[in-house]
Design a protein. Structure first.
Length: 171
């Protein structure tokens, strides 16, 4: 199970002789009281300012191609079944439309990218990016807890259309 590789609860370890709380850990990401590590990039929690969330739209090309494919299939089914029975045509069309809509919604959601942006040592950086909304939520909540642990007051202002993290702070 992939869940076994993730640590969501606080653990205490020793780093350089002092206790460190781990808020989140998996194979790629780790959030502790001192560091936010993503792959080979490492950000000091004290130097991360104005963390904010951005979500990109799904790929419109994928959605358009899905709609075109559904229309082609429905037209083919309609021509074939219209020669035999109206009831069968209506049933097949309804079933195809339902399956197509569900598939397009799923494909659209899968295409959404979640990003975490912040100011880090004077530069705006994309600190973290994933297509997994659940993992993204766990990482951002862990980062909120690490920031709160640092004792910095919450951010209350807007970030140019991007949502601030609850518990984030001004520079």
């Amino acid at each position: 199970m992939p869940e076994l590789a993730r640590t969501l609860l606080e653990e205490h370890t020793i780093e350089g002789g002092e206790a460190v709380t781990i808020y989140y850990r998996d194979t790629l990401v780790q959030v502790t009281t001192q560091w936010f590590t993503v792959g080979d990039r490492r950000f000091a929690i004290q130097d991360l300012h104005n963390p904010r969330v951005a979500r990109t739209e799904g790929d419109r090309g994928t959605l358009g191609a899905g709609i075109a494919a559904v229309l082609l299939v429905q037209t083919t089914i309609a021509v074939e079944l219209a020669l035999h029975s109206y009831e069968m045509w209506a049933l097949a069309t309804s079933a195809a439309a339902g399956v197509a809509v569900a598939a397009m919604i799923r494909a659209h959601r899968r295409q959404q990218v979640c990003e975490l942006w912040a100011e880090y040592r004077g530069e705006t950086v994309r600190a973290y990016r994933t297509r997994d909304a659940r993992e993204f939520g766990q990482v951002t909540r862990a980062l909120m807890r690490a920031i709160e642990h640092a004792g910095i007051p919450p951010e209350t202002r807007s970030h140019g259309g991007r949502r601030p993290l609850a518990g984030s702070r001004p520079r």
